[in-house]
Write a protein that binds this ligand. Structure first.
Ligand SMILES: Nc1ncnc2c1ncn2[C@@H]1O[C@H](COP(=O)(O)OP(=O)(O)OP(=O)(O)O)[C@@H](O)[C@H]1O
Ligand SMILES: [Mg+2]
Length: 259
């Protein structure tokens, strides 16, 4: 399929001098199956870039290849000029790339406070956890209220908030969110996006993966549509919003269209 690019600068010719995440010629897959083939992506510092696409498009494979959960077959991933592809996931996390996976991966048997404490301990830095905890409690007050609850007993939305909070405790420079709205009610999704908007205002760089294309494209500064492991459309929010049919044409009508 031809790649249609709307808006500038084209993501497949990234300006290597600019700070941010540069993915170039990325190939990744599982066993004999190649999922991503020669993929290029640029996430400029301080911007929100969305990756949307139908089931099985390779969205999670992409974020897993960046976070080190999956070792890329070839290609390069650079963050602020440093090559990070090939590093172990804890080394990539230490460079400020934090990944909230689709599965959320919270410790269900631990309390909210203990989950946050694990993230704080992982930082392996001296100092008190209080100011870091206060910041995430301010963003998600329900986590403060339920700090002594066992995480496994929280609602799906509260668990998603905890998963994001845990990543924030790790002081991300790039936060990668894999389907933060998955399985959640519209009101909860709204709360999560309000929190993401506040984070965006702090200058945080975000790579947002969503099946809910309409919502993600409206939120992100720039979006790419992934289908069968390749980018088939990309462009700025303004340009993609100008033709609502375009993105849904490329999604093949499979994307959920929650307003
Ligand atoms: N652990 C795995 N082992 C083998 N194949 C996998 C594995 N994980 C994903 N795949 C396959 O890789 C392809 C891309 O999957 P991926 O999870 O990256 O898609 P996705 O865009 O995140 O989809 P979804 O919207 O359902 O989350 C699919 O064909 C999937 O079946
Ligand atoms: Mg996925």
């Amino acid at each position: 399929m031809t790649t249609l690019t709307t808006g500038t600068p084209p993501m497949h010719t990234p300006d290597v001098a600019r700070r941010g995440l540069h993915v170039q010629g990325l190939c990744a897959g599982y066993g004999k199956a190649l999922v991503l083939e020669n993929l290029d992506l640029f996430v400029p510092e301080g911007q929100v870039v969305a990756v949307v696409g139908p089931n099985g498009a390779g969205k999670s494979t992409l974020v897993r290849s960046i976070s080190g959960a999956l070792k890329p077959r070839s290609g390069s991933v650079r963050f602020h000029g440093e090559t990070i592809s090939g590093l172990a996931s804890h080394q990539i996390a230490r460079r400020g790339i934090l990944h909230v996976p689709e599965t959320r991966d919270i410790f269900g048997g631990m309390t909210v406070w203990e989950n946050l404490m694990v993230a704080f301990d992982n930082l392996n830095e001296p100092g008190n956890h209080k100011s870091a905890f206060d910041a995430v409690y301010e963003l998600f007050p329900i986590l403060h209220e339920f700090s002594s609850r066992v995480a496994g007993n929280l609602s799906g939305g509260q668990q998603q908030m905890l998963a994001i909070a845990r990543a924030l405790i790790g002081r991300p420079k790039l936060l990668m969110l894999d389907e933060p709205s998955l399985g959640l009610a519209a009101l909860v999704i709204k709360d999560i996006y309000i929190a993401l908007e506040r984070l965006r205002k702090t200058g945080l760089t975000v790579l947002l993966v969503e099946q809910n294309a309409r919502m993600a494209v409206a939120f992100a500064d720039y979006s790419v549509v992934l289908a069968n492991g390749a980018i088939v459309l990309q462009g700025s929010r303004e340009l993609l919003a100008a033709d609502d049919n375009l993105i849904h044409h490329y999604l093949g009508g499979t994307a959920r269209q929650t307003a």
